[in-house]
Design a protein around this ligand. Sequence first.
Ligand SMILES: Nc1nc2c(c(=O)[nH]1)N[C@H]1C(S)=C(S)[C@@H](COP(=O)(O)O)O[C@H]1N2
Ligand SMILES: [Mo]
Length: 303
Amino acid sequence: MRFKNDLGWSSVTPKCTWMNRRQLLAGAGAMLAGPALAKIDAAKSAYSTDQAPNTLEEITTYNNYYEFGLDKGDPARYAGGLTTSPWSVQIGGLVDRPGNYGLEDILKDAPLEERIYRFRCVEAWSMIIPWIGFELSHLLNKVGVQSGAKYVAFETLVRPEEMPGQRSGILNWPYREGLRLDEAMHPLAILATGLYGEALPNQNGAPLRLVVPWKYGFKSIKSIVSITLTDTQPEATWNMQNAREYGFYSNVNPQVDHPRWSQASERRVGAGLFAGREDTLMFNGYGEQVASLYAGQDLAKDY
Ligand SMILES: Nc1nc2c(c(=O)[nH]1)N[C@H]1C(S)=C(S)[C@@H](COP(=O)(O)O)O[C@H]1N2
Ligand SMILES: [Mo]
């Protein structure tokens, strides 16, 4: 695969489209909660793909965020009611400096970058998303990972008053996810705080969400309030729900089908009716960077 390091989305997007997006965004106040979104200054990254990003509209109106409902349009409809400020993240377990960290604290010295990543949902659709974020390893190094730590566990906020999906038992709340420590320390694994150069919209997991681009989308847990370093494999929501269909690793793999559908190809959201499906790439195209993490592992068994 090729990485781009000089041209960002802003250089490839005609200015007028961008202006329309911004105007659209300004008019969509009800959809995007909180104060006016400030433009985020972030460095471009060599880890970005040179593929053209999906539109902001596609990225913010076709979502999975079951805390707000099952329909792809529910997060855009209901997530505006979520209060994301103040926000803090409880960081604990096998770390030197455990504590309840305010978001400002976490972001104070975080080296923000724009990362244009491929994003592949286990449901076999995909998008190209221009995230703003920083490497998860930056935060883990800041709190000091102890030598006994082998995994990182994450949890999403539980607030049924503002998250209508949590008033139902469709999932066992809180939404939980986990990574092996070497996966979490990989430079491609980021905590995202924005997209398209603006603060992260609520439906995409504001104010802080994980993005692990070589794994199926459900690993990329939204609206994180807790991070715990452990020595045992953490619980993961979809794995607990149905372990046969959703493994702990969930690396994108065209050779391991979901029991109910093929993973060999995918539909690019927004590509149009006649575009045809695309071949799914091993590790979602990030094999050159991450395959060595799984040397000696049987990926059909460790799905
Ligand atoms: N807390 C939480 N995080 C979540 C989900 C969810 O339902 N709840 N859905 C996951 C799934 S299945 C996908 S595909 C991605 C979707 O991210 P996006 O809406 O920003 O594209 O979020 C993931 N993170
Ligand atoms: Mo997904």
